[in-house]
Design a protein around this ligand. Structure first.
Ligand SMILES: Nc1ncnc2c1ncn2[C@@H]1O[C@H](COP(=O)(O)OP(=O)(O)O)[C@@H](O)[C@H]1O
Ligand SMILES: [Mg+2]
Length: 237
C-alpha cells in the first residue's frame, strides 16, 4: 500500500533529511514512526502525501508512484489519504460539522450525501453532541477529534498522523490514541509519527525508528515478520 524504496530527501539548503529509507506499510497495518526531533518523521509523511518529492529513490502510495506522479494527480492521491497534524489545522470560522463537510465539498460530493457522512464520522469520533461548536469552544482533545473526523470522511485507506498528541495533555493523549486504535481496528491503516515513547511502549504496534534520516530499527524486521512482503499481511497487533 505504501512503499519506500531507497529514498533520499535533500531539502534546498542541503539538509539531507532522509538517507536510504526503505520500508513497506501493508493494508490495515498500524505503525509508529519514532525518532528525535529532526530525525525525518514529518518528511516521510510529506513524501507520502506528495508535499515533497524524493531526491532519489521512489515512494509508492496505493496506485501512485512518485516517478510518474503529475501535478493533476496530487489531489486525487490526497483524497485517498487522511492526514492529521499536531496543531489540528481547523478552520476557526467554521463549526465542527462545517469543518468536516468542507473536506467533502472540495471533492465535489453531492449535497445530499454530505450531511449523513459528516454525522457518521462525528459520531465515530464521539463528537456528535458538539457538531455545531466552533473550534475555540472545544478542548484540544475535541479539536483533534474534529480533525480526525475530517480526515476520515473520505474513507481513506490510511490515516497519516504527525505528532497528533503533541499539543494534548495526558488524558486527551490517551483518548486520541485509543481513537486511532479503534479506527485501525475497523480496517484503516495508521502511520503515526510521535516522539512519545510512553505511548509507543503502551501498545504492541510495529515501530519504525529514524535517526538522522536513516531507519535504524524496524520491529517488523526484528520480529522476522515479512517487512518487504505481501499486501495481505493485514492489521498488526
Ligand atoms: N522545508 C525544509 N527545508 C529545509 N530543511 C528542512 C525542511 N523541513 C525539514 N527540514 C530538515 O530536515 C530534517 C528532518 O526534519 P523533519 O522531517 O521535520 O523531522 P521530524 O519530523 O522527525 O522532527 C531536519 O534536519 C530539518 O531541519
Ligand atoms: Mg515532525
Amino acid at each position: 500500500m505504501i512503499k519506500f524504496a531507497k529514498v533520499f530527501k535533500a531539502y534546498p539548503k542541503g539538509t539531507l533529511a532522509l538517507r536510504d529509507v526503505s520500508f513497506h506499510l501493508s493494508k490495515g497495518e498500524f505503525a509508529f514512526l519514532t525518532g528525535h526531533s529532526g530525525a525525518g518523521k514529518s518528511t516521510i509523511l510529506r513524501l507520502i502525501y506528495a508535499e515533497e518529492l524524493p531526491t532519489e529513490g521512489e515512494v509508492r502510495v496505493s496506485g501512485f508512484a512518485t516517478r510518474t506522479l503529475t501535478r493533476r494527480e496530487v489531489p486525487r492521491l490526497r483524497r485517498r489519504l487522511g492526514i492529521v497534524f499536531q496543531d489540528f489545522r481547523l478552520l476557526e470560522q467554521r463549526t465542527a460539522e462545517e469543518n468536516v463537510a468542507f473536506a467533502l465539498e472540495v471533492t465535489g460530493a453531492r449535497r445530499t450525501t454530505i450531511g449523513p457522512k459528516v454525522a457518521r464520522v462525528l459520531a465515530q469520533v464521539g463528537l456528535a453532541a458538539k457538531a455545531t461548536a466552533y473550534p475555540h469552544e472545544l478542548s484540544g482533545g475535541e479539536q483533534q477529534r474534529v480533525a480526525i473526523a475530517r480526515a476520515l470522511v473520505n474513507d481513506p485507506f490510511v490515516l497519516l498522523a504527525d505528532e497528533p498528541t503533541g499539543n494534548l495533555d495526558e488524558r486527551a493523549t490517551r483518548g486520541t490514541f485509543q481513537l486511532l486504535r479503534d479506527i485501525n481496528a475497523s480496517g484503516t491503516a495508521v502511520l503515526m509519527a510521535t516522539h512519545d515513547l510512553d505511548l509507543v511502549r503502551s501498545a504492541n504496534y510495529r515501530t519504525i525508528e529514524l535517526q538522522e534520516g536513516a531507519v535504524v530499527f524496524d520491529s517488523a524486521d526484528a520480529d522476522g515478520a515479512d517487512a518487504a512482503g505481501a499486501d495481505t499481511a493485514g492489521g498488526a497487533a
